[in-house]
Design a protein around this ligand. Structure first.
Ligand SMILES: [Zn+2]
Length: 175
């Protein structure tokens, strides 16, 4: 570890599904133990094995302090409930690698991951054509009675009129 400025792609399952071509590139890859398990469950063994055999994929457990940083950032953006534990670990790993001097880039199509990466100044790249270009904060509101709510859990309904709550983007910041 500690190669200054070396490019390393921090990958999740969506990265592998979306862009098998990256395996042939000169880049290094890293992921977490829990994401490795998820990749195996999704039948991505071939690509994983190719990466592991070539020494290009490192499996690294993120530090708990970086996980705490990620969770706090996600909560501030209102995105915490859209971020699974493996997602948190992916972002934490990217933070750890950045601190170690790597040019770490998260490779993911997951929108919540991209949004939180933006707010933490973690580099990311979408594996498709449409990466996000804005940091988005979310507000929860009731489409029935237009009341606003500070938070939302999935499936929650408005306590005033019973309409399922929705969320919309507010406070967009151009990147
Ligand atoms: Zn309502």
């Amino acid at each position: 570890m500690g190669n200054s400025d070396s490019l390393i792609f921090v990958i999740d399952t969506s990265a592998l599904i979306g862009h098998l071509g990256y395996a042939a590139a000169e880049a290094q890859f890293a992921t977490t133990p829990s994401l490795l398990e998820e990749m195996k469950r999704k039948k991505l063994d071939n690509i994983i094995q190719t990466l592991l055999n070539s020494g290009k994929l490192r499996i690294i457990e993120p530090t708990s302090s970086s996980i705490n940083t990620v969770v706090a950032a996600a909560a501030a953006l209102g995105d915490l409930q859209y971020l699974s534990e493996p997602d948190q670990q992916l972002l934490a790993l990217a933070l750890d690698l950045t601190k170690q001097g790597y040019d770490a880039v998260v490779l993911t199509n997951d929108y919540a991951i991209q949004n939180i990466a933006s707010s933490l100044s973690i580099k990311f790249r979408s594996v498709g054509e449409h990466g996000i270009r804005e940091i988005i904060k979310w507000k929860t509101y009731c489409p029935g009675c237009t009341r606003q709510f500070p938070k939302r859990t999935k499936g929650e309904i408005c306590p005033h009129c019973g309409t399922p709550l929705k969320r919309r983007a507010v406070n967009k910041e151009r990147l």
